[in-house]
Every structure is written in structure tokens, then in C-alpha cells.
Design a protein around this ligand. Structure first.
Ligand SMILES: Nc1ncnc2c1ncn2[C@@H]1O[C@H](COP(=O)(O)OP(=O)(O)OP(=O)(O)O)[C@@H](O)[C@H]1O
Length: 292
């Protein structure tokens, strides 16, 4: 079953439409990144999923339960929506997490040092949160969200305000959580970084989901060869090549690169370059938003 699902969700503030007919789904173990320019509705969508805002139309389901109708729908949800998350400033990080654990019914004592360690907060765990930097509070927010081992994690710009190590830490953590089977929905402006591990990127523009880009995770290669058209036809005919297309004066293909190279040389093509190809999500996004 899908862990999170939006069905025809629209949201208006007064007469102003902010989201229109958004459908999306996130499966367990999947990372779904929401991208879009400022004001495109990312935060609104995330607030809707967490039950903090109500849809004008449509519904949001968590593990099959309607977030806005079922009082138990959110029991498997972890979320960080407001940045930085609200904590008691006169309590330490550890004490704040103890409170969260109590409220969430987490009885396992060892879970608190475990999440503090996972977010590299042990060194400041016994300092008052009032003295935390923005990045430390941001990480404490994430620690609190994962404390009860949620099956669905929803995060609004989880890396904003973090230093480069913090950004890497959070992306690494989300990747691990997905391996553990958690469904992750996050909004982000950091397309290059999430494209390394997200399974899908939803591009929002003017309140609509313009496109979903599935990142296959399959190895792709970029080939420069002469004559190009002939090389493309040869690759398309090879059983070891899953897909091949022209892109910017080169061929991008998925499949067995050694078999492709052998076939090209055998047929007398001049191979000028062959190397790994990374899908340039940022350029793709910029094009998509420009034409929207
Ligand atoms: N409570 C509200 N009342 C009225 N309009 C709102 C409200 N919340 C958001 N909006 C409007 O909805 C639109 C989408 O805002 P939202 O914060 O969801 O965008 P975003 O994609 O998260 O932007 P950013 O990248 O800047 O965080 C904006 O035009 C915003 O002004």
C-alpha cells in the first residue's frame, strides 16, 4: 500500500488558489522531493499532508487513512514543518526529547541518545535549547521527528539553515531511513543533492504539479562517437542496451557499456568519449519551470 497519497487536492486562501488538483503518492522506502519556485505551494502541500491545513477539495491519506477525518491517521507520521521547530528554550535538547518521547509514548530510554547521536547532537545534548544555533535546532527538530520511528516522514526544507556537513548529514539520514522502509516526502531547493538519492521529484509551479521526474537510479553513460546517428542506431539495436537517446551532441544510454563499446569498435565507429552520465535535474527543472 502507498504510505502517503494525495487525491485531487486543491487549496484556496479566500479566492486565491494556491494548489489545484494535486495527485501524488509515496511508497514505503521511497524518497519524494518536492521542488518549485518560491510561492509555488510546497509548504502549503506539506501542511496539508500533516493535517495543519485543510484542503478546499480532495483528500490526503496516510497509510490509507484520511488525515483530516481519522483521528488516528497521524500515528505513523513524523514531521518537521515549521523551521526551526518549536522547543522549550529553557530545557536542554535531551530534556526536550524526553518530553517528546513521553508525549509520543516512546518508552525505550536508549532511543533518545540514539537519535541524538544520529543527528550529531550528543556534544550539545545537555545545553539549553535557547543557546542552540539555528542548525542545531533544525537537527533537534529532525531528531524529535524520527524519535517514535515513524513510517512516514514529512519535512519542509529540512536542510535550510544547515552548514555543508549538516546538509550531508541530513541527506545521508534520509537515504538510510528510506532503506529502512520509511516513506519520505520533503520540499527542497537543493535539487542537485536530492537527485543523488530521491526516487521521484515533483515539480510544482503555479499551484499545479507540473511533472514528476522518476530518477531510475540506473547507471547511465554518455558517449561521443562519429558518425553519431549511425552509432545511435547501432546502440538501439543492441540487446545489452536498455535505452539510448541523443542529448546535446552526444548519446546518453543505459545498459552494458563494455558490450556497447565492443560493438561500436567492431563496426568501425570512432569513439571519442565514453563515461558516466548524471541526469542534470537542475537544468531540467529550470527548463520546465521556465516553460510553465
Ligand atoms: N495562510 C495563508 N494565507 C494566505 N495566503 C497564503 C497563506 N499561506 C500561504 N499563502 C500563499 O500561498 C502561496 C504558496 O505559499 P507556500 O508557502 O506554500 O509556497 P512555497 O512553495 O513553500 O514557497 P517557498 O519556496 O518560498 O517556501 C503563496 O503565494 C503564499 O503567499
Amino acid at each position: 500500500m502507498e504510505a502517503l497519497r494525495l487525491e485531487g487536492v486543491s487549496k484556496r486562501y479566500g479566492r486565491k488558489p494556491v494548489l489545484e488538483g494535486v495527485n501524488l503518492a509515496v511508497r514505503p522506502g521511497e524518497v519524494y522531493a518536492l521542488a518549485g519556485p518560491n510561492g509555488s505551494g510546497k509548504t502549503t502541500l506539506i501542511r496539508l499532508v500533516t493535517g495543519l491545513a485543510f484542503p478546499t477539495q480532495g483528500r490526503a491519506l496516510l497509510l490509507g487513512e484520511d488525515v483530516h477525518k481519522s483521528p488516528t491517521a497521524r500515528r505513523h507520521l513524523g514531521a518537521v514543518v515549521e523551521a526551526p521547530a518549536a522547543f522549550y528554550p529553557y530545557l536542554t535538547g535531551r530534556e526536550n526529547l524526553r518530553l517528546h518521547a513521553y508525549l509520543a509514548g516512546v518508552k525505550e530510554e536508549a532511543r533518545i541518545p540514539e537519535v541524538l547521536a544520529r543527528l550529531r547532537l550528543l556534544a550539545v545534548a545537555d545545553q539549553k535549547v535557547g543557546s542552540y544555533s539555528l542548525g542545531q535546532r533544525q537537527r533537534l527538530g529532525l531528531a524529535a521527528a524520527i524519535l517514535p520511528r515513524p513510517k512516514v516522514l514529512v519535512l519542509d526544507e529540512p536542510t535550510s539553515g544547515l552548514d555543508p556537513e549538516g546538509v550531508e548529514l541530513v541527506h545521508g539520514l534520509l537515504r538510510e531511513l528510506a532503506w529502512e522502509g520509511v516513506a519520505v516526502l520533503l520540499s527542497t531547493h537543493h535539487l542537485q543533492e536530492v537527485s543523488a538519492y530521491a526516487h521521484k521529484v515533483g515539480i510544482l509551479g503555479g499551484g499545479r504539479l507540473l511533472e514528476e521526474v522518476a530518477l531510475s537510479g540506473k547507471e547511465a553513460y554518455r558517449l561521443e562517437a562519429h558518425p553519431l546517428e549511425g552509432a545511435l542506431a547501432l546502440l538501439k539495436a543492441l540487446p545489452q542496451v536498455a535505452s539510448a537517446r541523443l542529448q546535446g551532441g552526444a548519446i546518453v544510454f543505459e545498459g552494458d557499456k563494455d558490450a556497447a563499446l565492443r560493438a561500436l569498435l567492431r563496426e568501425g565507429f570512432r569513439v571519442e568519449a565514453l563515461g558516466p552520465h548524471r541526469f542534470d535535474l537542475l537544468s531540467y527543472y529550470q527548463e520546465r519551470v521556465k516553460h510553465a
